[in-house]
Design a protein around this ligand. Sequence first.
Ligand code: HEC
Length: 116
Amino acid sequence: MKNHHLFSALALLGCLFLLPYCSATRGGNAQPAISYEKDLLPIMELSCTPCHFPDRGRKKLLNTAEATRESLDDIIRRIELPADAKDYMPFKSKRPALTAEEIDLFKQWAATGMTD
Ligand code: HEC
């Protein structure tokens, strides 16, 4: 009986150790979740300032997860346009263009629950 309990405890311990490993590698190449603070904000601080950030922003403010969620379809549409398109952002290429990988982060964020 005692051995049985010991075995259960060891099995449970093993599961706890393997759990993060299993969820991190599930699907072979699963990506960690995209978050606004970690992934999108640094991109937007580089490419969407000062126009969409306080204090100098004169356009719609996009400095929060909430505001980014609300405008996300428009954001993705604009950053994907060719740089000479009328609606393209960053406006008139005044700030660095987003790379294909960065644009993809916005799409992944849209597809994975848009966490802060
Ligand atoms: C140099 C200033 C400037 C920068 C940098 C800039 N924008 Fe803009 N943005 C504008 C202007 C001006 C408008 C209004 C003209 C228009 O709608 O095309 C605008 C409009 C927008 C709109 C529509 C807002 C509304 O009122 O609905 C979105 C969304 C947007 N920009 C996203 C972005 C994103 C995302 C970035 C960074 C990748 C960015 N912009 C960078 C100047 C800028």
